[in-house]
Design a protein around this ligand. Structure first.
Ligand code: TYD
Ligand code: MG
Length: 458
């Protein structure tokens, strides 16, 4: 094989930005000290993945035949939903997440179902021995003979085996352990990870075979992690959850073949991951009744409304600088909302610590969460509980106005379905809402146009 021409470039390990020279700060994501050098070799350079040179003559859009992609349904409903209806043949799917969150478990469960349905699957592990995989598999149930395990980290060899064996689906666990001789760096480095991914993309498109890549996210820096690869692959799924809790959320942050931002909800049990079919009910388990600082909100995650509990603890501070924390949502957003409350309602929060938490381990960044955060802060500050059958949603603007959010009907119906009695929403949504009275199940609706009105309603 001709030796690949090596040309070095520098990449931001946070966002993958490429630069011909080293930079202290990334111009794209503005993070400092994230640039690492990596040779761009033939696979990493090729960006026209799967587009062969034969197609280089221009054609009109009407001449192009585009059939629906061929999909393989995995049988794990929550995973199929996140993928947009199954695995598209020839796609490259990155599954990222913290170490130990359950990526290997989820993929092995998927392999178990698919191989049971007659699909030929190759699971390549660079992290665990065959015996360790077997031990994990025993917790998940019986496996049939269509699933092959390969413990190997050399991509050249893996590529040859896949080409010979022609499996329908390949799992690469994990990309950080794989190495390609062409990149000439140690496994896990930015150059190797990019090179390996480029090579797998070629393989996926040329055979075609669907490939799942596992990528660990490290807390600091995400060095050579999945971030670097997001632009290269077809689909990016992130598996997230709180260390202690058993909930796991699978989120699609990019999907060339389906909706992005869709989520799937799982519970980690002794015998593997189980789908959670009623996420709202699940998220509200253990919610305290009539406690100050606890508010139920409704967020749209992907195509589904999900209820969750927001908790706030506002108490007098013992420090010069009050402490503020936000778990499960954006810290800066929480600070901003506290400033709005302080300025617009004249409540002096400067002498108070505030801790905000979205219970259950799910991360919610939707603006509709704002009203819930404000209500929770006010409830904790005044030490007055909201009626525990109240749900609220709405975006809060800088002058304290409550702004309309999308898909209000869906949110209202979800709250009614779970037996809530009172729903506080933006006035603009309230005026236009069109829901069936019987489906409301006696739930009262209230529209507020500003956070003063919120104060009156609660
Ligand atoms: P794993 O899939 O190995 O995580 P990752 O591949 O993302 O690093 O998950 C490992 C964790 O899951 C480990 O702490 C054990 C736990 N686990 C269960 O609770 N139940 C199970 O059935 C299995 C297989 C693992
Ligand atoms: Mg693993």
């Amino acid at each position: 094989m001709a030796k690949a021409k090596k040309r070095a470039a520098f990449f931001c390990s946070e966002c993958g930005f490429e630069s011909p020279k080293w930079l202290g700060q990334c111009p794209a994501c503005h993070k400092w000290d994230t640039f690492t050098e990596a040779p761009t070799t033939k696979y990493a350079q090729a960006t026209n993945w799967g587009v062969s040179a034969v197609h280089s003559a221009p054609t009109t859009l009407n001449e192009i035949q585009a059939d629906e992609e061929e999909r393989t349904v995995t049988g794990i409903g929550e995973l199929d939903r996140v993928l947009g209806g199954g695995i598209v043949t020839g796609s490259l799917i990155l599954t990222g997440g913290d170490p130990g969150i359950g990526k290997s478990t989820l993929l092995l469960q998927m392999c178990r179902l698919l191989s049971g349905n007659g699909h030929k699957i190759l699971y390549v592990s660079g992290e665990e021995s065959a015996k360790q995989i077997k031990m994990r598999a025993e917790r998940l149930g019986d496996f049939c003979d269509n699933l092959y395990i390969l413990c190997e980290t050399n991509l050249g060899m893996i590529s040859d085996i896949v080409t010979d064996m022609r499996p329908e689906i390949v799992i690469i666990d994990s990309i950080q352990t794989m190495y390609s001789e062409e990149a000439g760096q140690s496994p896990g480095s930015a150059g190797q990870v990019r090179e390996a991914t480029g090579r797998l993309m070629r393989l996926a498109k040329s055979l075609p075979v669907s490939i799942f890549i596992v990528g660990h996210v490290t807390k600091e820096g995400i060095v050579a992690g999945p971030r670097l690869l997001e632009h290269m692959v077809d689909t990016v799924l992130y598996f997230e959850g709180e260390g202690g809790a058993s909930y796991r959320f699978l989120r699609s942050v990019k999907n060339r073949f389906g909706p992005a931002d869709e989520i799937g909800v799982f519970e980690m049990r002794e015998d593997g991951l189980k789908e959670v079919l009623n996420p709202s009910g699940y998220m509200l388990q253990g919610k305290p009744e009539n406690e100050p600082g606890s508010v139920v909100i409704c967020s749209i995650e992907g195509t589904r409304p999900i209820l969750a509990e927001v908790q706030a603890l506002v108490c007098q501070t013992n420090f010069n600088m009050p402490r503020r924390t936000a778990a499960g949502t954006d810290y800066n957003r929480v600070n901003l909302l506290m400033a709005v409350v302080e300025k617009r309602l004249g409540i002096r929060l400067g002498g108070y610590d505030a801790y905000i938490n979205v219970a259950g381990g799910m991360r919610i960044n939707e603006p509709a969460l704002d009203l819930g955060i404000v209500a929770a802060i006010l409830s904790s500050y005044k030490n007055q509980a909201l009626d525990s059958k109240t749900v609220c949603f709405g975006e809060v603007g800088l002058v304290g106005e409550v702004r309309a959010v999308s898909r209000a009907e869906q949110r209202v119906m979800e709250a009614a379905k779970l037996g809530f009695g009172h729903c506080i929403m933006p006035k603009a949504n309230f005026q236009k809402i069109n829901v069936n009275e019987t489906a409301l199940n006696g739930m009262r609706l209230a529209g507020v146009s500003s956070i003063y009105e919120l104060l009156e309603v609660i």
